[in-house]
Design a protein around this ligand. Structure first.
Ligand SMILES: [Zn+2]
Ligand SMILES: [Zn+2]
Length: 161
């Protein structure tokens, strides 16, 4: 489930995200970056680099599997239904993982996905990873998971989103 810590929204500067009830709603995948940035400030490790998930077929809508505790997430493209793709370095931790399907509070389960990372100061190495999702049915945009990730070289990690 998406995190519920959404009561404060400091600058109102982030594109078209709109708050309704307890959730934020975005108009496009770009809004996921705004939500990750906002959320990452509350964690304390600012997300500064991002990658959007795109299937080899060009598809950008996915069913998602996630085990936040293990730091593992996978995506299955709705357009081509190819085999689940482990996001980032998830493959390395799959043995310990017990993934569950992501479902939006609206009941739908197809998402756009953007991953954001925070780096160690003066380094290209990853410190923290944010897994952001936007429901294509209702637009609800949230960080569905975030965890410590110490991948060496963020560019390579983000290529594997
Ligand atoms: Zn595909
Ligand atoms: Zn939804």
């Amino acid at each position: 489930m998406p995190h519920g810590r959404l009561p404060f929204y400091p600058f109102g500067a982030v594109m078209t995200l709109k708050k309704r009830d307890e959730w934020w709603y975005g108009d496009s995948q770009q809004d996921i970056r705004g939500e990750i940035t906002r959320y990452s400030k509350s964690v304390g490790y600012l997300a500064e680099h991002f990658a959007d998930a795109v299937c080899a077929c060009g598809g950008k809508a996915f069913w998602l599997l996630l085990d936040e505790a293990a730091g593992v997430a996978s995506r299955i493209c709705v357009a081509c239904e190819s085999e689940a793709h482990p996001i980032g370095d998830s493959e390395d931790f799959m043995d310990e993982a017990d993934e569950e399907e992501c479902v939006c509070p609206c009941g739908e389960d197809v998402f756009e996905v953007t991953v954001g990372v925070s780096l160690y100061d003066g380094s290209e190495d990853v410190r923290w990873l944010y897994f952001g999702c936007r429901c294509v049915a209702c637009g609800l945009t949230a960080v569905y998971g975030d965890w410590k990730n110490e991948y060496i070289g963020y560019r390579e990690l983000l290529k594997r989103v």
